[in-house]
Design a protein around this ligand. Structure first.
Ligand code: NAD
Ligand code: UDX
Length: 437
């Protein structure tokens, strides 16, 4: 497994749990030394136990020596980052291509080189070209196996996936059969739980990942626009989403209105799909609009908070609950909190923030003058307004009475709809949420 980040570490540990022998290669010295010392460098529920158990059983090892890791390997997975390229939003493939070259140099026999990273259509064939150019003598096949795990529920998503997509070079049926046999063995345990293994061509597998993420992002942007409309018309977006979701064809998931989607995947993958479509001279207006709607939404959220404070937050204390892009992760990538809190700081607000696990990662991304607190009630101390940005479970049980005692002005802007409007109003708060009267 090349790359020991959110995807490489979780899938490596899950493969080890399947009974496979997994060597994770990680080049970041901080991440690697943590892993070698038995510490988990990211926050992901359940990952510590899974890693420890499998490392102790000798099925999961960590190192930076790629030659040692790939020696005798039947499958080599690439799970390195594919961040957006500066300027045009296309996926930056430099880490993937470097990994392909390193793998080619290190392999000693036949292996299937599998891309788990999210990569544009055509990347698997490009990886094959790079490997052939580096090692013309090498016998290998490529496969595309995009990862669909969500942070916060990553282990369950890997151990019990809705589906596993495996793209093979169907233009070469003999080779595709050989690679398929290896992939069938990797995912053998999932057959017992009837998880569908879907075999496709390379291009389809690569595109399925972008299409799935973009569709979900579009669903969120849709409900966010419905929330705005509900506010204008006196309707309730939660009831609307419930009513819509009961139709199986729509489904109830990913219909929670909020401050705009973030994370390491939706923002970058929607941008990348727009680029892929542009380069293919094919229309992708729904996805392009989804990107615009989401960017505009994140930018507009600070305005809501300022309006709730009577038009100015200058010299006001803003308590912030939640910083990460969603609960149960320490990941701050593309979190809505970043643009919102910068805009509030520029408008003169004093920020008092609390997040259960994201504060270390937040420090380099948020306004430097932000005060980080020990808990939610400390953040609320003396505040003029309290803003909920991430729906951590622990925030739902905060007592309105405790908040009221600490806050200077009883204003709440709940951008994740975690509190009951009636209860908040009864407790004397001026309470604003998303898409609810
Ligand atoms: P990440 O940045 O957390 O992890 C990538 C790791 O690879 C880093 O630790 C880096 O040091 C390491 N690395 C880079 N080059 C290396 C090399 N040559 N050898 C060894 N290690 C190397 O990224 P991530 O969130 O795990 O995402 C990885 C890929 O998976 C991306 O393409 C992403 O789009 C995709 N993906 C991510 C998620 C998610 O929820 N994070 C879900 C599905 C798919
Ligand atoms: C996503 C995909 O769900 C996953 O399949 C893929 O492999 C990686 O990208 P992740 O980024 O971990 O996973 O988080 P996800 O739960 O999808 O949430 C993404 C963003 O959408 C978050 O900012 C979240 O707050 C937001 N969201 C999600 C909503 O605003 N409303 C919803 O109903 C669901």
């Amino acid at each position: 497994m090349i790359g020991g980040g959110y995807v490489g570490l979780v899938s490596g540990a899950c493969f080890a749990e399947f009974g496979l022998h997994v060597a994770v290669v990680e080049t970041n010295p901080d991440r690697l030394s943590a892993l070698r010392e038995g510490r988990i460098p990211i926050y992901e529920p359940g990952l510590d136990v899974l890693v420890e158990t499998n490392a102790r059983a000798g099925r999961l090892t960590f190192g930076d020596d790629i030659a040692q890791a790939v020696a005798g390997a039947e499958a080599v997975f690439i799970a390195v980052g594919t961040p957006p390229r500066n300027g045009d939003g296309a996926a930056d493939l430099q880490y993937v291509h470097a990994a392909a070259r390193q793998i080619a140099q290190a392999l000693t026999g036949y292996a299937v080189i599998v891309t788990k990273s999210t990569v544009p259509v055509g990347s698997s064939r490009r990886i094959a070209e790079i490997i052939r150019a580096t090692r013309p003598d090498l016998d290998f096949d490529v496969a595309s196996n995009p990862e669909f795990l969500r942070e916060g529920s990553a282990i369950d998503d890997c151990m019990r996936p809705d589906r596993v997509i495996i793209g093979l070079d169907q233009k070469q049926p003999e080779r595709a059969r050989r690679a398929e046999a290896v992939m069938q063995r990797v995912y053998e345990p999932l057959k017992k739980i009837d998880a569908p293994l879907v075999f496709t061509g390379l291009e389809t597998a690569e595109l399925t990942k972008y299409a799935s993420n973009s569709f979900l992002a579009m669903k969120i942007s849709f409900i966010n626009e419905m929330a705005d409309l509900c506010e204008k018309l006196g309707a309730n977006v939660q009831e609307l989403a419930y009513g819509m979701g009961l139709d199986d064809r729509i489904g109830s998931r990913f219909l929670n209105a909020g401050p705009g989607y973030g994370g390491s995947c939706f923002p970058k993958d929607t941008l990348a799909l727009s680029r892929i479509a542009q380069e293919a001279q094919s229309g992708c207006r729904l996805v392009e609009t989804t990107v615009q709607v989401n960017e505009a939404r994140k930018a507009a959220m600070a305005g809501r908070i300022i309006a709730a404070c009577g038009g100015s937050v200058n010299n006001k204390i803003v308590a912030v609950l939640g910083l990460t892009f969603k609960p149960e992760t320490d990941d701050m990538r593309e979190s809505a909190s970043i643009p919102i809190l910068h805009r509030l700081a520029e408008a003169g607000a004093h920020l008092q923030a609390y997040d259960p696990v994201g504060m270390d990662a937040a420090k380099s991304l948020l306004p430097p003058e932000t005060t980080y607190c020990e808990n939610a009630l400390e953040a609320a101390q003396g505040a003029d307004v309290l803003v909920v940005l991430t729906e951590w479970e622990q925030f739902r049980s905060i007592s309105p009475k405790d908040l009221a005692q600490r806050m200077q002005n009883k204003i709440i802007v709940d951008l994740r709809n975690i509190f009951d409007p009636a209860v908040m109003r009864q407790s004397g708060f001026s309470y604003l949420s998303v898409g609810r009267p």
